[in-house]
Design a protein around this ligand. Structure first.
Ligand SMILES: [Fe+2]
Length: 303
């Protein structure tokens, strides 16, 4: 039972799932199962549910006329859904309780993300997938989802004040990184007046050897990296980027910073850090923040 006050934010514990809209469900499903190694848990001609592990799903593919990403984001919360619903209402946010969202999530609180209009799903737990772990190319988990917004300040306020996220880093005044657990970021937002929707989605590799297995498998299926491997200064993750068949930007990463002690307020020390202790900071918008190892492709920081 939550001991939070009526006005304290919802306590999000982790990123659960994200959806993709596509005109070619079969092609994107083949990419996720054959190339990325996800397990298919449930499917219909209109909708496919995929997982990397114990949760029923972390990726949903929806049939649509045009390709898009992140019109739905699911977050698992620590507390009971009744408490979250009550406190969101006290904060002036309308949430709709739904039991018909789909397989794996029988009880969901649905609300709308400000500025982007994306649909947010809050839930206590998913049904188990029944999928056995593997040690092939399948990612260890869905790591984070980045999106464009017209206001990073407004989005930061919403996620801190209503959803219980904490600020991890910013780049200049246009890119903000937010965490809901120890991982440096589960949600990040780039400010843009022109671009809309998803910026990129990121899946975690266990380690560098796993990342190599993923990339070798991408290459075998004809998918090539357009950036990386490199190391972001912000979050210090080793990254690679490629595009899925619909052109969505996909990051595969490992070694993301973690904050194990929120009271201490610094990220677990790593030899590649610039400061000891390494605390949340606002970075200069320069090449080093994007890639400590060097190369920056044109369009990598498109706004
Ligand atoms: Fe990322």
């Amino acid at each position: 039972m939550s001991t939070s006050s009526p006005t304290s934010p919802v306590s999000v514990s982790r990123l659960g799932y994200v959806n993709f809209e596509t005109p070619d469900v079969a092609r994107l499903t083949e990419y996720y199962t054959k190339v990325m190694g996800f397990a298919l848990v449930d499917e219909s001609p209109q909708q496919v549910f995929l997982t990397t592990g114990a949760d029923h799903h972390c990726v949903i593919i929806d049939k649509a006329e045009a390709a898009a990403g992140r019109s739905i984001v699911g977050y698992e919360i620590h507390e009971e859904l009744d408490d979250a619903e009550r406190r969101l209402k006290a904060a002036g946010l309308h949430g709709e309780r739904r039991t018909d969202i789909g397989p794996g999530t029988p009880d969901v609180l649905v609300l709308t993300e400000p500025a982007t209009g994306a649909t947010l799903h809050l839930y206590q737990e998913q049904d188990p997938s029944g999928v056995r772990p593997t040690f092939d190319q399948r990612p260890s988990k869905l790591g984070h989802v980045a999106a464009y917004t017209t206001s990073t300040n407004g989005m930061r306020s919403f996620y801190e004040d209503a959803m219980g996220f904490r600020w991890s880093d910013s780049i200049g005044d246009f890119f903000v990184f937010l965490r809901c657990n120890g991982d440096h970021h589960a949600a990040n937002f780039m400010q843009s007046d022109e671009m809309k929707g998803m910026h990129h989605i990121a899946y975690e590799a266990r380690d560098l050897t796993h990342l190599q297995t993923m990339i070798d498998n991408l290459a075998r299926h004809g998918y090539q990296l357009y950036w990386g491997p490199g190391r972001h200064a912000v979050g210090h993750n080793i990254f690679t980027y490629h595009k899925d068949p619909d052109g969505n930007h996909i990051e595969l990463f490992t070694q993301l910073d973690v904050m194990l002690d929120e009271d201490k307020g610094y990220f677990e020390p790593r030899p590649w850090h610039e400061h000891f202790p390494m605390r949340p900071t606002t970075w200069e918008a320069d090449a080093a923040a994007m890639n400590m190892w060097g190369p920056i492709p044109s369009g990598a920081i498109k706004r």
